[in-house]
Design a protein around this ligand. Structure first.
Ligand code: HDE
Length: 728
């Protein structure tokens, strides 16, 4: 008999299981699906070279039929995603909280498969749209699969699962012309929201930087609902799950995100893939907030309400383990597309609460998988198969693969010696937490769910000033796309004005609505500082950051090489960009171009470096693309470094027109001394142009790169003045 925890689990377990299904055509003959070798696959079988194709051509028919059926329905939401394999390790046993097998032993590495996604866009849509991101993890534990199907925001738009069809209909493209793609900026969505005050908290998250992650590797995750942990003694506690990226959280800016959607629609997917290929494995720490059952009603919100967070000032997040993603899938369709998550895939020790949103999901996910796979046997696909053994009396159906032996397929039975037998709780059998429930059958919302605006206000209070500015711009964009004046008016007067008067008035002015009067109710001053991306701790590192080096013939090759080496030493990737690909020369020295202006843009990099070399800089100054590259990077708050004549390209860009040097310094010294000289003029300029690093004569290249690295590690220089004046 197999016991739940005697399945040997290690981080390679799932990989080994997948091995049985992997196939490699290297050195093999082409065959039909049935193994017969094929001699010719470029022409169909015809009666004469110009004659009709013959029915007899079984190879043609098999090839074409398979092709005709190569698609399955895409997910109704979260259609676009990217995934990776990895493992989860525990920092300390959680035995006193839960009997779940994966939370017992710190020496076990539980295999995982994680799929990140956007919600609204179709499968072929762009990655960098403003949207919630899915963060779904399948743990292949020794006691069966546990799916933690979360998002990168800790709250949701609605409180009851029955509203999901309405929400999704409202947010997807409008049904009459199927526009816009992958965007909530349209009348239907905002009409719905204006009538759904419960969405206010999630709307604040969606308008914030959290909706534009720089990378899936630099994004946090949340289980959203309150779940239950149950220990061996049957004691239950409430638990909320958090994923914290060890790289911290970093976001794009909206202008950049929109441009990236055209220049590289796969931006987040490519970033995840390339990082893993390079051995830069994304890591996320698992955090838990635990609440005793007797404290259920101690908060001024309801733990069952998925539009609320538990403020970390009240219940701190305890970090209990870490997940590392270290392997890309072998095949996108077989793994990323065919993985099937379901919040109802739980293991003993993890239980549900009566959160009505969670309860709705427990129905929806299994239903949607049966639709996607046209089969109840999706659990048998390699990516979905648990490592724990599966034995039950479920049989048959489309594409059944298991060959169940024996004549007995019912329970109870005596002919099969009672097998497969049920497991009591002490043998790992799942026993639902015996929560006492009683009440009248009603279609009602609990009174305790009805405070919709306190936490959105606390969210607003938790943001930094630059984050508020960006949120206001985001709302101005979204509402600016709404044609119905009535909807815009309702949103500003009855929705945003209940969160913050300045926020509502600033949106109003931008979208042609009369500003509302200030809400007379007493202000809420409490804040949720944990919502802020700017305040989120980030390692002082530039690992995996991408730096563009702008160069042309005559470039200072020595400087390119030394800066590149220094950046590489810090774990960053630097690429040389020029008008065209090929080799750049300076006397006997040469450097290869990685990308041309035609195929790339500043939005694909975290920072820009312009080395000296008179001929190189003079050529770049004549290039609109080069000047635009610098201006745009400046506008997006990125670190910009220039050495020697390189400063002249900065001056030829839009930065040259900024009134940066009111003290009348020369063009070169305006940047060259920004942080190099330490003079008071230099310091005040450094203040104005945060993150622009120059290199003057009194400076050496090691000192320059040290300052440049430090500027890149800050991710963005939000407080940079005058960026709005840059016309990129
Ligand atoms: Fe989902 N959701 N959802 N959702 N969801 C789906 O399942 C649904 C909700 C989430 O990478 C669907 O396989 C309902 C909250 C993720 O494969 C579908 C309700 C959260 C993914 C579905 C919600 C999520 C999905 C579509 C309200 C965060 C992608 C395809 C009751 C905690 C998983 C599919 C992947 C996918 C229904 C609300 C996260 C239709 C009914 C809240 C990450 O079943």
């Amino acid at each position: 008999m197999s016991e739940p925890n005697d399945t040997p689990i290690d981080e390679h377990g799932k990989d080994a299981q997948l091995d049985e299904h992997r196939t490699d055509a290297d050195g093999q003959y082409l065959t039909t699906n049935h193994g017969a070798r094929v001699s010719h696959t470029d022409d169909s079988l015809k009666a004469g070279p110009r004659g009709p194709t013959l029915m007899e051509d079984f190879h043609f028919r098999e090839k074409m039929t398979h092709f005709d059926h190569e698609r399955m329905p895409e997910r109704v939401v979260h259609a676009r995603g990217s995934a990776a394999h990895g493992y989860f390790e525990l920092y300390e046993p959680l035995t006193e909280l839960t009997k779940a097998a994966l939370f017992q032993d710190t020496s076990v590495r539980t295999p995982v498969f994680v799929r990140f996604s956007t919600v609204v866009g179709f499968r072929g849509s762009a990655d960098t749209v403003r949207d919630v991101r899915g963060f779904a993890t399948k743990f292949y534990t020794s006691a069966g699969n546990w799916d933690l199907v979360g998002n990168n925001m800790p709250v949701f738009f609605i409180q009851d699962g029955i509203k999901v069809p309405d929400l999704v209909h409202a947010i997807k493209p409008q049904p009459h012309h199927e526009m816009p793609q992958a965007s909530a900026a349209h009348d239907n969505f905002w009409d719905f929201i204006s009538l759904m005050p419960e969405s206010a908290h999630t709307i604040m998250w969606v308008l914030s930087d959290r909706a534009l992650p720089r990378s899936y590797r630099m994004m946090d995750g949340f289980g959203v609902h309150t779940f239950r942990f149950v220990n061996e003694q049957g004691k239950a506690r409430f638990v909320k799950f958090h994923w914290r990226s060890t790289l911290g959280a970093s976001s794009l800016v909206w202008d950049e995100a929109q441009k990236l959607a055209g220049k590289d629609p796969d931006f987040n997917r490519r970033d995840l893939w390339e990082a893993i290929e390079m051995g830069e494995f994304p890591e996320y720490e698992l955090g838990i907030q635990v609440v005793e059952e007797e404290d259920e009603h101690r908060f001024d919100f309801d733990l069952l309400d998925a539009t609320k967070v538990i403020p970390e000032s009240i219940v701190p997040v305890r970090i209990v383990g870490k997940m590392t993603l270290n392997r890309n899938p072998d095949n996108f369709f077989s793994e990323t597309e065919q993985v099937a998550f379901h919040p109802g895939h739980v293991v003993s020790g993890i239980d549900f609460t009566n959160d009505p949103l969670l309860q709705g999901r427990l129905f929806s996910y299994i239903d949607t998988q049966i639709n996607r796979f046209s089969s109840a046997n999706f659990n048998e696909l390699p990516i979905n198969r648990p490592l724990a053994p599966v034995h039950n009396n479920q049989r048959d159906g489309f594409m059944r693969q298991t060959i169940n032996k024996g004549s007995v397929n019912y329970s109870p039975n005596s002919l099969g010696k009672g097998c497969p037998m049920t497991a009591p709780a002490n043998m790992g059998g799942y026993v639902h937490h015996m929560e006492r429930v009683e009440g009248h059958k009603v279609r009602e919302r609990s009174e305790s769910f009805k405070d919709h605006f306190s936490q959105p206000i606390m969210f607003w209070n938790g943001l930094t000033e630059p984050e508020r500015e960006r949120l206001i711009s985001a709302a101005q964009f979204e509402l600016g796309k709404v044609e119905s004046k009535e909807v815009r008016h309702r949103l500003i007067h009855d929705f945003f004005n209940r969160i913050d008067h300045t926020l509502a008035s600033r949106i109003a002015t931008s979208v042609g609505i009369d500003p509302p009067a200030a809400d007379a109710s007493a202000p809420i001053t409490a804040a949720l500082p944990e919502v802020s991306v700017d305040r989120r701790t980030r390692p002082d590192s530039i690992r995996t950051r991408r730096i563009a080096i702008l160069a042309a013939d005559g470039v200072d090759v020595g400087m390119v090489e030394s800066v590149m080496a220094a950046l590489k030493q810090e774990g960053a990737n630097a690429e040389v960009i020029s008008k065209s690909k090929g080799t750049l020369r300076n006397g006997s020295r040469a450097v290869e171009v990685d990308k041309s202006f035609v195929t790339t843009g500043s939005v694909m990099y975290d920072a820009v470096f312009v080395p000296g070399g008179r001929a190189s800089v003079d050529a770049l100054r004549q290039e609109g693309d080069a000047r635009h590259f610098v201006s745009e990077a400046f506008k997006h708050g990125k670190a910009i470094g220039a050495t020697d004549e390189g400063v002249d390209l900065l001056m030829a860009s839009d930065l040259g027109g900024l009134d940066l040097a009111s003290d009348g310094e020369s063009a070169t010294s305006r940047f060259g001394v920004v942080v190099a000289s330490g003079t008071s003029g230099g310091e005040s300029m450094a203040d104005k142009v945060k993150g622009v690093v120059g290199h003057g004569t009194d400076d050496d290249s090691a000192a320059f790169t040290a300052r440049f690295v430090q500027a890149i590690a800050q991710h963005r220089h939000w407080d940079r003045e005058m960026k709005a004046k840059v016309s990129a």
